[in-house]
Design a protein around this ligand. Structure first.
Ligand code: NCD
Ligand code: ZN
Ligand code: ZN
Length: 433
């Protein structure tokens, strides 16, 4: 079988460490099939799925049930998160045993309304998780601050989109990052700060790194590229936790990526229906929007503009996520002997993102109509095409595997499948920069 890779760049498939595929429980928004197809069309070959499903993934029973669902539907590889909260600490051993990528700690309220652990319960959880070596990913927002703000705003009759931003000023996140870093320093737990939305969070993050805390961080395209004017442009559609903030945050966030304070790009892919995104009262609008499919085009557009290099992008999208979660070099690389997770990308292709063309079940996002440069043309997972010439390849449903299973598989021979070999042969180095 042949295919055309002329003029395309081969990038390691992106690893999106933060997606919500909603399965089980909210499959009217997304399921593991639609979510992983969307990922594949975005050049994403591995996703880490969040535990705010129904049921919440908080014990071995719910985790095993989700593994069965994911294994039967996934087109790309995945890891599954489990929650730690007030009453889940004794479940840590069985969760690790049943195969998780890491733990999720909801310090603040967000979609799914998983109760936030007290600082005391967090300390206990960090103590129990630390010896397992598993990383704890934090939704770092402090409830006691934002609940009071939201009450004041609703008392004042505010129902407009900008009230959402006003209810969650950056200090909500800064306080939570600093507190979590202190608990991580005390216990030796590894932590990861999800969806960094403000320049102000970089100080507690950088200070903790300097103290030797094993702390990493991600930001998302919407915090780098959208701002407060987007609440007027697309109203509740842009409502997300933490909120899209003032444009003054963009430069510090870009600089944080470039200087390594922020380790990676994730999307917080959080699909909802149009009805759930367009309610008149901002407090009734579900938070989040799909992003797994648009991340690579959005971020490569900045490569085309000259803001950073392809290798910078690959470090944030694939190399660092693989290293931080112990998957490197089986994932996050292009080399003989790797599992060949590739995105074949046309770096020069300018096109327009359209919500209606998303493969996610959710077809409503703030990116609709945005011009981008960079198109994933083929996507290969462990040596097998999942997307080829922008078409889904037949019989790839159920090919995706949990990374904890992949790590048990024998290391692949230092050769590729015929298709991969063809890719390397067809690749034209002169097309590279
Ligand atoms: C996420 C969701 O919808 O599951 N929503 C969001 O606004 N980011 C939850 C989360 O990541 O906080
Ligand atoms: Zn979150
Ligand atoms: Zn999320």
């Amino acid at each position: 079988e042949t295919f055309d890779a002329t003029g395309l760049h081969i990038l390691p498939g992106a690893i999106d460490v933060h997606v919500h595929f909603r399965d089980p429980g909210y499959t009217h928004k997304e399921d593991f099939e639609s979510g992983t197809v969307s990922a594949a069309f975005g050049g994403v070959t591995t996703v880490f799925d969040m535990p705010n499903t129904i049921p919440t993934i908080a014990d071995a029973e719910s985790l095993k049930a989700k593994h069965v669902i994911a294994q039967s539907k996934a087109h790309v590889d995945y890891g599954l998160y489990a929650v730690i909260g007030d009453d889940t600490i004794d479940k840590v051993p069985e969760l690790v045993e049943a195969g998780i990528i890491g733990f999720k700690c909801y310090m603040g309220n967000t979609f799914g309304r998983i109760p936030s652990p007290s600082t005391g319960a967090m300390l206990e959880a960090f103590e129990v998780v630390a010896p397992t070596g598993k990383r704890i990913s934090l939704h770092a927002e402090t409830n006691s601050i934002m609940e009071r703000r939201q009450q004041r705003l609703t008392d004042a009759g505010r129902t407009d989109p900008l009230a959402h931003l006003a209810s969650r000023p950056a200090v909500v996140a800064v306080e939570a990052v600093a507190r979590a870093a202190i608990l991580a320093e005390w216990t030796g737990a590894r932590i990861h700060v999800l969806h960094i939305s403000s320049g102000a969070e970089l100080r507690p993050l950088a200070e903790a790194k300097a103290r030797g805390v094993d702390i990493t961080g991600e930001t998302c395209p919407h915090y780098l590229m959208l701002d407060e004017t987007d609440y007027l442009r697309c109203k509740g559609v842009v409502r997300v936790n933490p909120p899209v903030r003032e444009a003054t945050n963009h430069e510090p966030l870009w600089n944080g990526l470039l200087d390594g304070t922020i380790d990676m790009i994730a999307t917080d892919h959080a699909p909802h229906t149009p009805e759930e995104k367009t309610r008149a009262d901002i407090w009734a609008v579900d938070c989040g929007f799909p992003g797994v499919e648009s991340q690579m085009p959005l971020m490569l557009t900045e490569v085309a503009k000259g803001r950073y290099s392809v290798s910078d992008y690959v470090r944030w999208s694939a190399v660092n996520p693989a290293k931080v979660w112990g998957l490197y070099p089986r994932k996050g690389v292009i080399q003989a002997g790797s599992d060949a997770d590739f995105a074949f990308v046309d770096l020069g292709k300018t096109w327009t993102l359209k919500d209606e063309e998303l493969h996610s079940r959710s077809k409503i996002s703030p990116w609709d109509g945005r011009e981008v440069t960079g198109l994933p043309v083929h996507t290969m997972v462990r040596g097998r095409f999942v997307v080829k010439d922008r078409e889904l390849v037949a019989d790839t449903k159920g090919f995706g595997r949990s990374v904890h299973v992949i790590q048990e598989m024998p290391t692949p021979e230092p050769k590729h499948t015929d298709e991969t070999l063809a890719a390397v042969v067809a690749y034209r180095p002169e097309a590279a920069e």
